[in-house]
Design a protein around this ligand. Structure first.
Ligand code: XMP
Length: 551
């Protein structure tokens, strides 16, 4: 149940570009000290993270119920929590035993704030321990699906069945609730599986309401938020859009803003949101490095300039990038060359737009949470920051998505009228197809072969209705040739490798079990339609041990 806690630290150079639709690639920024920032919304619920595997999920579930939630590290301090004036406070699960050395402790002043508190799993055990209940190691833990019996519904479990299933993950258990509190439920290994002290506004459950395996979990959260905390439920894509537009207008005034557009969902939604706020004071810069998928550059221009009417400078920089990539086969050298060239082109264009004070960046809430800690997730991703904009760039940042999770960004994109194809675009790496020509130079000819193969793959995956089920699907072109025979003739052609993975967040991934007949169709189309391809292979490596990309 352990998860590395990696909280945002201020002042890390931001990774703006090369543009990416990839997950969590944006680094922390000057403004990213989530701890010292303003509340995310006028009305919010704070989730304190005690290291639980599901802490982010709790925050997301709350938002699904129409309430803004903010996830903060447990050590943030009671003053910081109070400053936000939250309507409710949730204490997450965590990997520790309350009795372990160095286990996170509950600051009892949090209870005294008088804000309704819901403790989940470890959060419940801390509450019980702090308030004088009896917490002990049980004979055996409970992990996974568990039956509970509700003996007294109280306020928290109002309207729920007496017998139900839930998801547990604990070894210690509460044997007696704290004085003044009443037990609400029990399970085979948890004499007290839920308790509440309505007078002190303290509520607690041993199980995880945030996971789908707890059928009444969302109801627990809903009751807590609506009936106990009295939260309104109007945190919706429309309200987010309205609120952000107001904030951006206020901040920008009549000044000018520039935005690097990549065509990925994050930068697209961020750009559109800012455009809605300040119209023609925004200029988007789209650097077409010639390493995009087939027709993607044209689609970006068509959507933004032609359809939405956003002022857009589209720079056709293919020649420059290809020249920079000539003779470069090492993957990191490719990334660096592309990153450096990108900065150069972007700066040239930004300079032409005299007087822009702000730069739009598509930083997401998960970036804010995960960046900067230097451990776990963020370390693995750090190589993606190669090529970030230099520190001395004189822009103030506008990050309209920094309070949103990816699914919320998509919802906002839909709300803003962004076409489905862009809203649901799979992640695509900033260095583009160049890092999919493996072990060799990204030449115009190779890029052309790869682009054609990739376009067939995309077409077939979409036709099979699988595009949204896959985290990513793409082709790799290793710099080798293989022998084949076509129409009585010996061929010596390219090998195309199909890579398709499912994943939640790109930190781990499983190779996708694409249907055989689909694979066959893809392979025969590639070999039939692209003259220089004579072999197709399928990558069946998961991550770990592989990575998603080959380079
Ligand atoms: P790996 O290959 O490390 O990739 O499993 C994880 C995710 O990151 C994307 N990726 C990149 N994104 N610049 C980016 O913007 C890069 O250099 C880069 N390398 C990998 C990859 O596509 C996957 O989504």
């Amino acid at each position: 149940m352990t998860r590395a806690l990696a909280w945002a630290q201020p002042a890390r150079p931001q990774h703006l570009l090369p543009p990416t639709d990839g997950p969590s690639d944006a680094g922390a920024t000057e403004q990213s000290s989530s701890v010292a920032s303003a509340p995310l919304a006028n009305e919010e619920v704070v989730v304190l993270d005690y290291g639980g595997q599901y802490a982010q999920l709790i925050a997301r579930r709350i938002r699904e119920l129409g309430v803004c939630s903010e996830l903060l590290p447990h050590h943030v301090g009671v003053e910081e929590v109070a400053r936000r004036k939250p309507k409710g406070l949730i204490l997450s699960g965590g990997p520790a035993s309350v009795f372990a050395d160095g286990a996170p402790k509950l600051d009892s002043r949090l209870i005294e704030l008088g804000i309704p508190v819901l403790g989940i799993c470890y959060g419940m055990q801390m509450l019980a321990n702090e308030m004088g209940g009896d917490v002990r190691a049980a004979d055996h833990g409970e992990f996974g699906r568990t039956e509970i019996e509700v003996s007294d519904r109280g306020r928290l479990l109002a309207g729920q069945p007496a017998e139900q299933t839930c998801w547990m993950s604990h070894r210690d258990a509460v044997f007696t609730p704290p004085p003044g509190a009443k037990a609400l439920a029990s399970s085979p290994a948890s004499p007290v599986a839920a308790f509440e002290d309505d007078a002190r506004r303290v509520y607690a459950i041993q199980y995880h309401p945030e996971v789908v395996h707890t059928p009444y979990g969302q109801q627990v959260l809903k009751t807590f938020l609506e009936d106990i905390c009295g939260c309104g439920t109007d945190w919706t894509p429309a309200s987010i859009v309205a609120e952000q537009i107001e904030r951006i207008r206020e901040r920008v005034g009549d000044r000018r803003v520039v935005c690097g557009l990549s065509g990925g969902v994050d930068s697209s939604v961020a750009a559109l949101l800012v455009y809605r706020a300040i119209g023609e004071q925004l200029t988007c810069v789209f650097v077409d490095h010639g390493l995009m998928r087939k027709n993607e550059g044209e689609q970006v221009v068509a959507a933004f300039r032609d359809h939405f009417g956003v002022p857009l400078v589209a720079v056709d920089a293919e020649e420059r990038f290809l020249a920079r990539l000539a003779g470069v086969s090492d993957p990191e050298a490719k990334r660096k060359a592309i990153g450096a060239e990108f900065i150069r082109v972007f700066e040239e264009e930004a300079e032409k737009l005299s007087g822009a004070d702000f730069l739009v960046q598509g930083t997401l809430y998960s970036d804010v949470i995960e960046s900067g800690g230097g451990t776990g997730a963020s370390t693995i991703k750090s190589h993606h920051n190669v090529g970030g904009l230099p520190d001395d760039l004189e822009f103030e940042l506008i990050e309209p998505l920094r309070t949103l999770f990816k699914d919320e960004v998509r919802a906002v994109g839909t709300e803003l009228g962004l076409p489905d194809q862009m809203v649901w675009r799979q992640p695509f790496p900033g260095p583009g197809l160049a890092i999919r020509i493996v072990g060799g130079e990204a030449t115009r000819e190779r890029l052309e072969v790869l682009r054609e193969a990739d376009s067939i793959l995309q077409e077939e995956i979409r036709a099979a209705g699988l595009y949204r089920d896959l985290w990513q699907s793409f082709c790799v072109l290793p710099d080798i040739r293989t022998v084949g025979v076509q129409g009585d003739e010996r061929t010596y052609g390219n090998l195309v490798v199909i890579r398709a993975v499912t994943s939640e967040d790109a930190m781990t991934a499983d190779w996708a079990r694409l249907p055989y007949d689909l694979l066959e169709r893809i392979a025969s189309r590639m070999i039939g339609e692209i003259s220089d391809v004579n072999r197709v292979a399928l990558d069946i490596t998961s991550k770990p041990p592989g990575t998603i990309e080959w380079e």
